[in-house]
Design a protein around this ligand. Structure first.
Ligand code: EZ4
Ligand code: CO
Length: 402
């Protein structure tokens, strides 16, 4: 069996998605997600100019060797762009492998450790009262875990809290929008927000919160300590993942669980965090973390240290990534939770999905492979449209992390 051809499909049904489709000489094809928010064309170019020509003629069943051909074989290792391309190749090859064996992907990853996976929804409000209302709406939809983000008094644009709250999309058309931020105002507000959410909704609902890398280690320590009484499921990206040692300070002083790594792209980003047990959940998703091959190894490595998974699953990752994630989540022992926001209807015109939300959980059917298909004609009706994630400044104008 040989790879006969491959193509990259870039489509914008509301937002840009990059999909790799790999064809084989026996008529079976596989799909992989290569979407990297704001850098879609860069990944597509790497796939088209190098990866696809290098794939032709290889046996698609050799997922391990092909992964290492593109990772080890390349002089320039890692990096979000390269790893998104490798991720898409790997996902598509596992899709082909499981279609050839006529079985859903999870069967090749250890079978089912559970029948359904716990997911968390997003509640994003422009202020405290609006946020409380939105938590209520998500709860009414059946979610039992909810990520709570709110606009902060005195800060004009809190990241991810859009004016159009029907859909979650942090990227804006064209070049990056500049947003302004003041950590002191946020730190004073966040504990008040969670106090009200707990008072209103009680102890039974799981609450999560994303800091988006905006604190220094000492600020994050204060936040993690002050949020302790409200028993968060997790506090996400409290500090930049670049400074791994910064997590030691938070860890020593607070029992608030920590999730980190949606911007990571290899197991090497996690070695200090995992071996020193500085975190509780790994966030790197299949689309950015080397596909099924590398993320399964990373999850197994974390498992040895009693660390669980909570993979990134925002709507700027495509349904192909989400479906692949569900297969992995069903199989691994140390699954924790999965981020889930439904895509817009237009996305489902392009991608034919095989997963379903019910009563706080996602399940997937037993279609062989990953189980997702793409309607290329529909995809071509939504051409690429440039969009960028915002950049962030302090209120005095200083460029800041985001
Ligand atoms: O910023 O998906 O936890 N979720 C997040 C998301 C990410 C975007 C980046 O493309 O932090 O909102
Ligand atoms: Co995040």
């Amino acid at each position: 069996m040989k790879i006969s051809d491959a193509k990259v499909i870039v489509s914008c049904p509301g937002r840009n998605f990059v999909t790799l489709k790999i064809f084989t000489d026996n008529g079976i094809y596989g799909l992989g997600d290569a979407t990297l928010n704001g850098m879609e064309k860069t990944v597509a170019t790497y796939l088209e100019s190098f990866c696809i020509p290098a794939l032709i003629g290889k046996d698609p069943r050799n997922t391990e060797d092909i992964w290492h051909y593109f990772y080890r074989g390349s002089y320039w290792k890692r990096g979000s762009v390269t790893m998104a391309a490798i991720s898409a190749i790997d996902m598509a090859l596992w899709d082909i492998k499981s279609k050839v064996l006529n079985t859903p992907l999870y069967n090749l990853l250890g079978g089912k450790s559970r029948e359904k996976i716990l997911v968390y929804a997003h509640a994003n409000g422009k202020d405290l009262d609006d946020t409380l209302e939105r938590v209520g709406l998500e709860k009414d939809k059946g979610f039992i875990a909810i990520r709570v983000q709110s606009g902060v008094p005195g800060i004009p644009d809190a990241y991810g809290v859009s004016k159009d709250t029907r859909f979650y999309e942090p990227a804006h058309k064209g070049l990056p929008q500049e947003e302004y931020w003041e950590t002191s105002k946020y730190l004073n507000f966040a504990p008040k927000l969670f106090e009200r959410v707990r008072k209103t909704f009680g102890e039974d609902i799981h609450l999560l919160h994303d800091v988006h890398h905006r604190c220094t280690p000492i600020e994050a320590t204060r936040l993690a300590k002050e949020l302790e009484p409200f028993h968060l499921f997790w506090l996400e990206d409290p500090v930049s993942g670049e400074l791994q040692e910064g997590l030691r300070l938070i860890r020593k002083q607070s029992s608030t669980p920590i999730a980190i790594g949606e911007v990571f792209n290899s197991v090497y980003d996690y070695t200090t965090l995992v071996t020193e047990q500085l975190i509780d959940y790994i966030r790197m998703p299949p689309v950015h973390g080397g596909g099924i091959t590398h993320l399964k190894k990373t999850a197994d490595f974390a498992s040895i240290y009693h660390i669980q998974t909570g993979f990134h699953g925002a709507t700027d990752l495509s349904p192909v990534n989400l479906a692949a994630t569900i297969h992995l989540n069903l199989a691994i022992n140390n699954f924790g939770i999965q981020e889930y926001m439904p895509h817009q209807d237009r996305v489902h015109e392009v991608f034919k999905i095989n997963y379903q939300f019910k009563d706080g959980y996602l399940c997937i059917d037993d279609t062989p492979g990953i189980g997702i298909d793409i309607d290329e004609e529909k995809a071509s009706e939504y051409p690429y449209s440039m969009a960028s994630l915002p950049v962030n400044r302090k209120t005095d104008g200083t460029m800041f992390y985001w």
